[in-house]
Write a protein that binds this ligand. Structure first.
Ligand SMILES: Cc1cc2nc3c(=O)[nH]c(=O)nc-3n(C[C@H](O)[C@H](O)[C@H](O)COP(=O)(O)OP(=O)(O)OC[C@H]3O[C@@H](n4cnc5c(N)ncnc54)[C@H](O)[C@@H]3O)c2cc1C
Length: 280
């Protein structure tokens, strides 16, 4: 006897139902545990039902033979429908917050959309780094998707090594503007994903140059002199309680640690972000 794929008695779906029925533990309790609680399970199931009823979110084997432009356009249509659903369902949560209604709706889609970083990286970074005045201008536009942003940190020659970024952000006092420049091939902003071509704005991580001075390098020399003065006071206090030779070796190793820590702290905080309007 032959069975149609997926519907026969031996199909994975039927086998799963049979296995679940004889589970030795309360399946629903485990579901609650995995979701985070009964309320989260109810929310997930509600949103999955809504998403499954929407033709645009249905997946088929044909999706695998789409060209990249076709897949990109389909993802944009999915993002648009998601935005409409958030309004229709009057969801108010933050996408970046685990357990929120907006995030639960997005997770019910079970697909890459390519514009996720607008909600996951761009808007949270605006909130974390902008002044109240800047936020009042940019946030409503970003939340309305009028400003669509990408996160331009990685460079072709500098992945995790953010301290070595080469792109510069030069402050121009005459026009009160910041000029962004990637002067070499290695400094080309470069990362996977679709937002680089979709976005009309970006958060750019760069070395901040003010009046011809690189503030990252300036902070490096500052941290060095600070750590030297700290090591001096440490060796003095140690020499009071320990023998002279011991205090000398201890103070040397402490100096090294302090230098590394301070250097890291200063360089991290010296990476500023800037927004610029793409004109091309
Ligand atoms: C799906 C996806 C989306 C992304 N989107 C963005 C985006 O929108 N914007 C953006 O700016 N970036 C984005 N990134 C990040 C970016 O593309 C790089 O993957 C990331 O910066 C790491 O750089 P790399 O791949 O060159 O790895 P490398 O930095 O070369 O690291 C390679 C390996 O070396 C290790 N390593 C690196 N430095 C050190 C060290 N000092 N000591 C010891 N080990 C080290 C790393 O842990 C890693 O295992 C994205 C990445 C992914 C995967």
């Amino acid at each position: 006897m032959s069975h149609q794929a997926g519907s026969g008695i031996d199909s994975p779906g039927v086998q799963l139902v049979a296995e679940r029925a004889v589970a030795s533990f309360p399946v629903r309790e485990l579901t609650y545990f995995l979701d985070g609680g009964p309320e989260e399970t109810r929310m997930r199931e509600r949103f999955e039902a809504i998403i499954e009823a929407e033709p645009i979110f249905r997946r088929s084997c044909a999706d695998y033979s789409l060209s990249r432009p076709e897949r990109y356009r389909l993802a944009m249509r999915k993002q648009l429908r998601l935005c409409e659903l958030i309004k229709e369902l009057q969801l108010t949560g933050e996408y970046a917050t685990a357990g929120s209604d907006v995030r639960a709706l997005r997770l019910a889609v079970h697909d890459d959309i390519g514009t996720d970083l607008q909600l996951l990286m761009f808007i949270p970074n605006l909130k974390a780094t902008f002044s109240d005045e800047q936020l009042a201008h940019w946030l409503p536009r970003a939340e309305a998707w009028e400003v669509l942003g990408c996160y331009a940190q990685t460079e072709l020659g500098h992945g995790s090594n953010v301290r070595a970024l080469e792109t510069t952000a030069t402050y121009l006092p005459d026009s009160d503007e910041i000029e962004i420049h990637s002067p070499t091939l290695a400094s080309t902003k470069w990362w996977p994903g679709a937002l680089g071509r979709t976005a009309n704005h970006a958060i750019v991580f760069a070395r901040l140059l003010v009046a011809g001075r690189d503030l990252v390098r300036l902070s490096l020399s500052l941290s060095l002199s600070l750590s030297l003065s700290l090591s001096l006071s440490l060796s003095l206090s140690l020499s009071l309680s320990l023998s002279l030779s011991l205090s000398l070796s201890l103070s040397l190793s402490l100096t090294l640690t302090l230098t590394l820590n301070l250097t890291r702290a200063f360089t991290t905080s010296s990476c500023r972000c800037a927004t610029w309007r793409r004109t091309g």
